[in-house]
Design a protein around this ligand. Structure first.
Ligand code: ATP
Ligand code: MG
Length: 492
């Protein structure tokens, strides 16, 4: 068993007496730390209610993230827990970095000890690597990206003799992801759900895929949480260790959690019960990824005695913008309901709504407006165009280029999601670990070097019969006549 023993000082109750003269001691001596003074009353209530479950329910720009970071700083500052005993979860790496910086500003270098601040995925990976053997993996397991996953599923479909033109691998991937997001292993999938793909074969394919993953010592994104859930379910002692370790838990953007993440949080919080979630039921953006606004609506039932704090003062927008937004979202169903009012006393510019025929028309209208503002002396760098989804940027870009209006796209595909970057990383992974079969298959013909599907099939077969990783099988085949011509030359 690897790394299952608790680290000596972890999981213990925090030290009773803070260092004399330290920040914690000063805080405890009754002198309120400066950071509390920057909060409004409701925010301060949410920060100071340290023990027990807390749900901060608030609209956009009301200081939810500020409350969470300040709360974290407050826990550390008052000596309630060591940084390494606090679990803080965000949705994106960017949010995690930002949170770290903001806490750093409040408590200084202590933040470096925050080993459990990160995304659900990064924390899931960390836990899994420590206990990989217990879920049939080795600690150096590979994490597949979407491309790898599709490639593997194609092989699974082929092995089951299913035509992937009629039943595309991509569709199977989304069926499986959906189950994983709901915390379902093959055995847990309700019978009726199996008919969503390939005439009732879905669950069997899911099992086959799972087995392939284990053989390859690999996991996909969904597994990072699902395997953790399996680990916790089958090994209560390990669950207990983490429950004890995480004296305080904090979750940002709680409205975006899916069922698997929710179950994961709930299991961990059953230890100390000190969980604080902040979220906005009106801002759920991951519905397509299985996020359940229900999680937020259910918090009070799941965590009895939870304190619910509402923040209604918005520090980001003018009253006119808030009124327009509120008029729109008041039509949504399944909300807990809240009213926002602007912290600023000025109403600001009125919001204009214009109807247009199509995207091109819209781009024309917007660029006319930009040119007119520009003509009046406004800087282009002060003007932003926001879109709901990146495919909507096209028409704007076309028009900006046509008119010669300089522009900058913010967002777009992220660095690590770009094809060439993922290929380059796959090469490095194969160099570091030649047994990385999945990555080896990704790059064997990238850039194109005449190693076709037939040659790859020969290598895969040879690897399987000889019980070798693909890389070694290929090295052996080069010495024989089994692969010919350009493919053999390229392989060599
Ligand atoms: N009490 C306050 N006094 C002054 N400024 C504040 C206060 N609370 C929050 N702000 C400012 O309001 C802005 C929004 O804060 P924050 O990002 O924490 O809000 P949020 O609710 O997390 O927003 P989102 O809904 O986008 O996640 C920040 O610039 C923050 O510094
Ligand atoms: Mg926020």
């Amino acid at each position: 068993m690897a790394n299952t023993a608790p680290e000596p000082s972890e999981g213990l109750p925090p030290a009773a007496a803070p260092k004399p003269g330290g920040i914690a001691a000063r805080a405890m001596a009754g002198k309120a730390p400066a950071y509390l003074a920057t909060l409004n009353d409701a925010q301060r209530e949410a920060v100071e209610a340290i023990d027990g479950p807390v749900l901060v329910l608030a609209g956009a720009g009301t200081g939810k993230t500020k409350v969470l970071t300040t709360r974290l700083a407050h826990i550390i500052n008052t000596g309630r827990a060591r940084p390494s005993n606090i679990l803080a979860v965000t949705f994106t790496n960017k949010a995690a970095r930002e949170m770290k910086t903001r806490i750093g500003e409040l408590v200084g270098h202590v933040v470096e000890g925050m080993t459990w601040l990160g995304t659900f995925h990064s924390i899931g990976v960390k836990i899994l690597r420590r206990h990989a053997e217990l879920v049939d993996l080795r600690s150096n397991f590979t994490i597949l990206d979407t491309d790898d996953q599709i490639r593997l599923l194609k092989q699974v479909l082929k092995a089951a003799d299913i035509d992937d033109k009629r039943w595309p691998a991509r569709q199977l991937a989304s069926v499986i992801d959906n189950w994983k997001n709901r915390g379902l292993r093959p055995d847990d999938v309700p019978d009726a759900d199996g008919f969503v793909f390939a005439d009732g074969m879905a669950v069997r394919l899911y099992s086959a895929y799972r087995e392939r993953l284990k053989t390859l010592n690999a996991v996909d994104f969904g597994d990072l949480l699902l395997e953790c859930l399996t680990l916790f379910r089958d090994h209560p002692d390990i669950l207990g260790e983490y429950q004890n370790r995480f004296a305080y838990m904090l979750v940002d953007e709680y409205q975006d959690t899916n069922v698997a993440q929710y179950l994961w949080l709930r299991l961990l919080a059953q230890g100390r019960g000190n969980i604080a979630c902040v979220g906005d039921d009106d801002q759920s953006i991951y519905g397509w990824r299985g996020a359940e606004v229900d999680n937020i609506l259910r918090f009070e039932t799941d965590f009895p005695g939870a304190r619910v704090v509402r923040l209604e003062e918005n520090y980001r927008s003018t009253q006119n913008i808030l009124a327009a937004a509120s008029a729109l979202i008041s039509h949504n169903e399944g909300r807990l309901g809240k009213t926002l009012h602007a912290a600023s006393t000025e109403d600001g510019e009125p919001v204009h709504v214009r109807g247009v025929w199509d995207a091109e028309d819209e781009a024309r209208l917007v660029t006319d407006e930009i040119e007119s503002l520009h003509g009046k002396g406004h800087l282009l760098s002060e003007i932003a165009v926001q879109v709901r989804a990146s495919f909507q940027m096209r028409e704007f870009e076309d028009r900006f280029i046509m008119l010669g209006l300089p522009y900058r796209v913010i967002g777009g595909p992220r660095f690590y999601e770009r094809q060439e970057i993922r290929d380059a990383i796959a090469y490095l992974q194969v160099v570091a670990n030649p047994d990385h079969d999945v990555k080896f298959q990704r790059i064997i013909n990238v850039p194109k070097r005449s190693i076709g599907e037939r040659s790859v099939a020969i290598i895969v077969d040879a690897a399987r019969t000889r019980g070798l990783p693909l890389y070694r099988a290929a090295a052996e085949l080069v010495e024989t006549d089994e692969i010919r011509g350009q493919a053999r030359a390229s392989l060599a």
